[in-house]
Design a protein around this ligand. Sequence first.
Ligand SMILES: Nc1ncnc2c1ncn2[C@@H]1O[C@H](COP(=O)(O)OP(=O)(O)O)[C@@H](O)[C@H]1O
Ligand SMILES: [Mg+2]
Length: 239
Amino acid sequence: MDAGIELSGVEFVVQGKTILHGVSLSLTARRVGIIGRNGSGKTTLLRLIAGLVAPTSGTLRVAGRDPARERQAMLAEIGILFQNPEHQIIFPTVEEELTFGLHQMGRADEAAARVQAMLAAEGRAHWAGAPVSALSQGQKQWLCLMAVLLMAPRRLLLDEPFAALDLPTQARLRRRLADLPQQIITISHDPEAVADCDRVIWIEAGTVAMEGAPEAVLPAFRAEMTRLGEADADTDLPR
Ligand SMILES: Nc1ncnc2c1ncn2[C@@H]1O[C@H](COP(=O)(O)OP(=O)(O)O)[C@@H](O)[C@H]1O
Ligand SMILES: [Mg+2]
């Protein structure tokens, strides 16, 4: 059976600095939230799960595979939405961007038809030839989501998916995500973004500070963030 995402003693060191300290997690819930303040290691964790970097020590498995070594197999297992769509989009037009993933998966023959069908289903057939530069930030994020969904991965990893969106666009994205059959792992500094998750993991300074239902974890997280704010701590800069 699908073994999900399993981390055991995962440590990640870059430039002599330890960013994750022996993180052990089993991410099996349908909707998982990973919360923590800026610089706590959330995006690093996402990059490890996606196989973009390998742990310095410890083991990490996605559906029983090592994501850093089996990048091709990961295309069907994991889709990522980076925090900034500008860092994700490669091609000048919507159609080229959407077609790319299917080409990578060796399904070039069906790519054009699938892209047309997806755009039509989303009510955006007129986007096909549009230059990506003409899209707003929210539309670029939507494009990235469509590109990922075309590849039909089993899980989605979303890094601060709501951070750059206005409120109506946030609401629309929330509704779209709620309907998806995939496992979704949402990473955010904002407790609101993970309030509907089945399980929440609070990461603090590269370790798991707390794990459980959102009703248990989020009040504790908010209380700690309020305490830090009152202490006027500069929460953003590394020590
Ligand atoms: N490639 C890197 N080189 C050096 N430091 C890094 C690198 N990537 C991340 N860091 C540091 O690791 C810490 C965690 O970063 P990150 O995972 O981006 O946190 P978050 O997503 O929670 O804000 C930060 O202190 C950041 O400066
Ligand atoms: Mg981050």
